[in-house]
Every structure is written in structure tokens, then in C-alpha cells.
Unconditional design. Structure first.
Ligand SMILES: Nc1ncnc2c1ncn2[C@@H]1O[C@H](COP(=O)(O)OP(=O)(O)OP(=O)(O)O)[C@@H](O)[C@H]1O
Ligand code: SF4
Ligand SMILES: [Mg+2]
Length: 346
């Protein structure tokens, strides 16, 4: 049986907003998932739905608001939900602060080596004042991974080679590289500490179409050779469906569906996933003609003031009164196929 590397339970991440009462930006809402050792879990959803925030919160680059994160059997975060629903004088239901115990402190330093991230914007993620050799070397130094200068130089060379760059590139600055090469530097930096788990945050969306597949192939080869586990974030399903064994779909901070890649493509259960899939181009013109594209009405609501009940109810073609009042539970409806929708409970 597959072994879990990461397990996330009821994870929330809210960003407080200065001068505004209440929880602020409710970017990640009650997300539960697990990732098996050596697998790629794809994560898709519209811009602003909380994919990056979820990835960073799992790595504790953002401090979670509440929930539980277990990495390789070790709890690296556990905290109680610090809000409760209250009625205002006008009869409005709002989230009010509640006193809860402080989460136990956990030393994340050894975890930083095991859990890495490849950033969405390669240019912004590299220090423009450091050479590529210094950028990669810094990660090696922080964790004391090379004993001698010669060993360190050799390791930097090996990493540059691994990501398809030349040894001479070590003396260049990030601005002297193309976007694709900058992303390769970001990948080499992540690999420098010999991680087990990498959050790949839209690693190809800022790149030219012609080099996107090169980077994806490289990430796949690295996974095979080094036994890596990925959380692979992308805007749309067409990117993740070929490389992920399972896919999670996010909408406005919540995970609405999670299933094996093939199963999700063949049999999407949640109305939002059905919409996303209807927009994916199909190579077969017959199938393409017969497929009906579902277009959602309205804009994505603000995570500062998300809809009550099911967060998708303001745009869902099947929404009922119950959907506006009560959030559906994220449940396993078929073996390995989770979704959150009241329609599935009937
Ligand atoms: N540090 C922060 N402080 C306040 N709000 C934030 C912060 N980071 C993200 N947000 C908000 O949280 C929500 C989710 O943002 P996030 O960047 O996680 O979305 P995303 O799904 O990664 O989008 P994209 O596909 O455009 O990268 C957005 O409304 C964003 O404005
Ligand atoms: S719970 Fe209701 S609003 Fe939400 S997806 Fe299902 S039918 Fe639509
Ligand atoms: Mg993002």
C-alpha cells in the first residue's frame, strides 16, 4: 500500500487586514488532503483561489491559522480554529475571534531541507545581487552539506548540469538568463539541499510554450531519479493531467474535489470541476464538437467576504437554498474520489 508523506487536515489560512475587523482575507478554508511518497498531486483552480497560499502554508512559509500538518509521521503544525460564528445587532452572521491555546512550537529548520519550493515567478525569486553559484551555494551552506570548498564547487557544477545549465553559468547574475534558464536556477537551488518533497508553484506558467515541456520533462526525470514527491500547482487542468497521479480542484480557498487524474477527467463530480473540464481543449474534433462548454456567470467573489454555505453557490447552476446556508462536507463519494457538494449527498 502507498505510504503517505504529507497529510493536511482542516487547514485554514487567513490574512488579517489592518484596520478591518474580523478574519481578513480567508485565502485557505478547511483543506484536507494527503500526498503519497513518490507521487505528484496536481492542484488547479482560477487565479486568486489560494493555490500558492496553500502550498506556502503547508511548508509553513506562511503561519497557518489552524488545522494540522503531518510530514512523514511527524506533526509539524497543530492549531485550533480561532474564530466562531456570531450574530451582529443587525442579525448578520459574522466570524468573531475566539480564544484558543497557542500551537506548540516546532523546529522547522531540519524540515526546510526536506521540503522545498519552486516559485511561480523565477525572476522575482532570485536575488539579483548574487551570482547563480552563490544562490545555489547559499542553500548548501545554510544546511552545512559540503565539508570542503572543492566539494561545494563540485556539487554546484553537478546541480547546474542536472538542470541543463553550464558550469560557466555559476559566475553569472540572474538577469543574464532567459526566463526558462532562471527557472532552472530555481530548480537547482531547491535540489541543492536534497529534498524529499517539492511544491512546484506554477513552475512553467511564466515560460514560453516552447520551453514549458522541457521543464516539465526535466521535473519528471528528477522525480524518477531522486524519488521526489511533488505538489504541482497549475492554472488549468491541461497542464497537470498528464503529470499528476491525482488532482485536486480548488475554488475560493476550498478544495472542492480530489480524485485520480484519469477518474477526474472521465467523471468529474463537482459542478465547478465540470466547468473547468469543459474548457480543456480535446485533440479529437468529433469529441470536441459534441462537448458542451459550460460558461460560469459572474465573477469570483472576494475571499475578504466569501459567500456563506457552499462558496460556489453564487455561480453554481444547481444552487439551492441549502447551498447558501450550509457548507457541504468534503467526503469520499467513491473509493479515492472526494468532493464537496450537497447534490452528491442525495
Ligand atoms: N501575504 C498576503 N496578504 C494578504 N492577502 C494575501 C497574501 N497572499 C495572498 N493573499 C490573498 O489570498 C488570496 C489567494 O492568493 P494566492 O496567491 O494563494 O492565489 P493563487 O491561486 O496562487 O493565484 P494565482 O493563480 O494568480 O497565482 C488572494 O485573494 C490574495 O490576494
Ligand atoms: S453544494 Fe450547491 S452550490 Fe455548491 S456545488 Fe453543490 S449544488 Fe452547487
Ligand atoms: Mg499562485
Amino acid at each position: 500500500m502507498a505510504e503517505k508523506l504529507l497529510e493536511v487536515k482542516n487547514l485554514y489560512k487567513y490574512f488579517p487586514v489592518k484596520g478591518v475587523k474580523g478574519p481578513g482575507v480567508q485565502a485557505v478554508e478547511n483543506v484536507s488532503l494527503f500526498i503519497n511518497k513518490g507521487e505528484t498531486l496536481g492542484l488547479v483552480g482560477e487565479s486568486g483561489c489560494g493555490k500558492t497560499t496553500l502550498g506556502r502554508t503547508i511548508l509553513r512559509l506562511h503561519e497557518p491559522t489552524s488545522g494540522q500538518i503531518v510530514y512523514n509521521g511527524e506533526t509539524i503544525y497543530q492549531g485550533e480554529y480561532p474564530f466562531e460564528r456570531k450574530e451582529t445587532a443587525e442579525g448578520k452572521s459574522v466570524l468573531g475571534k475566539k480564544s484558543v491555546p497557542r500551537p506548540k512550537a516546532v523546529d522547522m529548520f531540519p524540515m526546510r531541507r526536506k521540503m522545498q519550493i519552486i516559485f511561480q515567478d523565477p525572476a522575482a525569486s532570485l536575488d539579483p545581487r548574487m551570482t547563480v553559484g552563490e544562490i545555489i551555494g547559499e542553500a548548501i551552506d545554510i544546511h552545512g552539506l559540503c565539508k570542503t570548498r572543492a566539494e561545494r564547487t563540485e556539487r554546484i557544477k553537478e546541480l547546474l548540469d542536472r538542470v541543463g545549465l553550464n558550469t560557466e553559468h555559476a559566475n553569472r547574475f540572474p538577469h543574464e538568463f532567459s526566463g526558462g534558464q532562471q527557472q532552472r536556477v530555481g530548480i537547482a537551488r531547491a535540489l541543492a539541499v536534497e529534498p524529499e518533497f517539492i511544491v512546484c508553484d506554477e513552475p512553467i506558467s511564466a515560460l514560453d510554450v516552447s520551453i514549458q515541456s522541457q521543464v516539465v520533462n526535466m521535473l519528471e526525470d528528477m522525480q524518477q531519479d531522486l524519488g521526489l514527491t511533488y505538489l504541482f500547482i497549475a492554472h488549468d487542468l491541461s497542464v497537470v493531467r498528464h503529470i499528476s497521479s491525482r488532482i485536486g480542484v480548488m475554488y475560493l480557498g476550498s478544495l472542492v474535489e480530489l480524485a485520480e487524474s484519469y477518474e477526474l477527467n472521465k467523471n468529474p463530480l463537482h459542478p465547478y470541476s465540470q466547468t473547468l473540464l469543459s474548457a480543456v481543449p480535446v485533440p479529437d474534433p468529433e469529441v470536441s464538437r459534441s462537448r458542451q462548454r459550460i460558461v460560469l456567470e459572474g465573477d469570483i467573489p472576494s475571499p475578504m467576504n466569501p459567500p456563506t454555505g457552499c462558496r460556489f453557490h453564487t455561480r453554481c447552476p444547481y444552487a439551492s437554498e441549502k447551498c447558501a446556508q450550509c457548507a457541504p462536507e468534503f467526503k469520499e463519494h467513491q473509493p479515492g474520489h472526494w468532493a464537496a457538494c450537497h447534490l452528491l449527498d442525495q
